[in-house]
Write a protein that binds this ligand. Structure first.
Ligand SMILES: [Zn+2]
Length: 247
């Protein structure tokens, strides 16, 4: 008959280990949540930055358009002035000089009008783009709010779960001999991984290597702690008889 006390100890330790594994995964998930929220925030901020850059650019173009229109108006007044002067001059030279000035203004205005048309096309395009961006940011913002709320809810649930599990943990501990508990704690802190390895079908459940026959035989007696010769974990092997609980 195998030593029931140590088998029970290994079973308790294994349960504690599983409990701690879950606790750790909850902790990790909790730590990740703020990063996910931040990422959502960033995606919206990026959109908003794009919109503000484009809005500034559009305002600049509209300002240029205004300046050009004022220029056209001023040139119009100047042209009118030249024409009036033309009516009053008496020499052909003076008339021709004024005609030259008028032609120069005409040429300048023609260039400005081409520029105005080009810029107006650009303004239309940019307004379309801005409309699209505004729609996108609105939907992105909606998604962000929804997902952030979900993450906050998950945070709450996780925190409550973690508290519950920490309390449950203190119920496991008294069932484990102090030296074994200390050994477990030290291993966990040092190796950040399993201390107990299940042994099934003669194989170590952690490193997947075959347990040496002598070790297996000893481990099945549960008279002393038997370690996997490869990964150095404590072996909790399947009992010889199926009527004993496992793991
Ligand atoms: Zn192993």
């Amino acid at each position: 008959m195998a030593n029931e006390h140590l088998r029970q100890q290994l079973a308790n330790l294994y349960r504690l280990q599983e409990h701690d594994r879950e606790l750790l995964s909850f902790h990790q998930r909790l730590i990740e949540i703020p990063r996910h929220i931040e990422k959502l925030e960033l995606s919206v901020t990026k959109f908003k930055t794009d919109i503000s850059t484009k809005t500034d650019e559009l305002a600049e173009i509209e300002k240029s358009l205004q300046t050009m229109n004022v220029e056209l108006e001023t040139n119009g007044e100047q042209r009118e002035k030249f024409r009036n002067e033309q009516r009053e001059v008496t020499s052909n030279e003076a008339y021709a000089a004024l005609e030259n000035q008028i032609e120069f203004l005409d040429q300048k205005d023609a260039e400005t009008e081409v520029q105005i048309l080009e810029l107006m096309e650009k303004v239309d395009l940019m307004k379309e783009e801005l409309d699209k961006l505004n729609d996108e940011v609105a939907s992105e913002d909606k998604i962000k709010s929804k997902k952030t709320a979900e993450f906050r809810e998950e945070q709450k649930v996780l925190k409550a779960d973690i508290d519950k599990r920490i309390k449950q943990r203190s119920q496991f501990l008294p069932k484990i001999d102090k030296t074994l508990g200390t050994q477990y704690q030290r291993w966990i802190e040092k190796n950040k991984g399993d201390f107990v390895a299940l042994g099934k079908n003669g194989t170590c459940g952690s490193c997947r290597l075959t347990i040496q026959p002598q070790s297996l035989k000893e481990a099945q007696k549960y008279e002393k702690l038997v370690y996997c010769s490869n990964c150095k974990r404590v072996l909790y092997v399947e009992p010889l008889t199926t009527d004993e609980p496992y793991p």
